[in-house]
Design a protein around this ligand. Sequence first.
Ligand SMILES: *Cc1c(COP(=O)(O)O)cnc(C)c1O
Length: 286
Amino acid sequence: MNLPIYMDNHSTTRVDPRVVEEILPYFTVHFGNAASRNHSFGWDADKAVEAGRERLARIIHADPREIIFTSGATESNNLALKGVAEMYAEKGDHIITQATEHRSVLDTAKRLEKSGIRVTYLPVDREGLVDPEEVRKAITDRTILISIMLVNNEIGVIQPVEEIGKIAKERGILFHCDATQGVGKVRVDVQEMGIDLLSFTAHKLYGPKGIGALYVRRKNPRVRLAPMMDGGGHERGMRSGTLNVPGIVGFGKACEIAMEVMDEEAARLQGKAAQRARGGIGGCLS
Ligand SMILES: *Cc1c(COP(=O)(O)O)cnc(C)c1O
């Protein structure tokens, strides 16, 4: 037996060797700055970035132009909540979220409360689920954002995101979803789910650490965000800073692999779960 055995894939995953292989040339051969417009080193890097952007868009059914690269889901969640609060300050000052969000949502909400934003933290039931009707009831004329995660990072429950997305749409309120634990494992479709902003990160789906993304809807409605960082105006002005080209290449490859194997992996894992429930195998997640 190979010890120790890793059983904490909710906190991070091993990088898939196929991802490592695809990344490596982007450190030493294609090392250009994707923002360099006047030579082939820059063009090569930019091409790799755009290919990565397309792969990320595909896994959540978005347009590549709606993908903003960040350093990870923590940054994506900060950018979504703070960026909306600042940009839509004239429209309102109320955010709805729920008690079992990741700390990068809860602590961001707490920070916003200090600057005068009102936050409703909805409870969850004994299964860990939010009731969409509670979301509906919490909405006021001053509500600008609903932020509810897709899959919980501790107990794995899947929130009724599609229903919440419908309610948000009906009331014309932006809907942010931290889908970090869902992307690559369950089907994610920002259109069907009515999501306007979606956070995810490479290192939870066999990609490298330190690279994440925020989906920002461009149509129906066009979402605008106040940037958290000022600088060169990268990523449509929403996230300045030289792009992490190797990270983006790896994130893209990880998404591509996840798309390919998602259905068969889900079936395999569900088969094991069913067996486990019947007392068939020892309760070890693989
Ligand atoms: C891991 C995780 C994050 C943070 O992602 P980083 O890329 O590590 O910043 C945010 N939300 C959820 C649900 C997570 O599981």
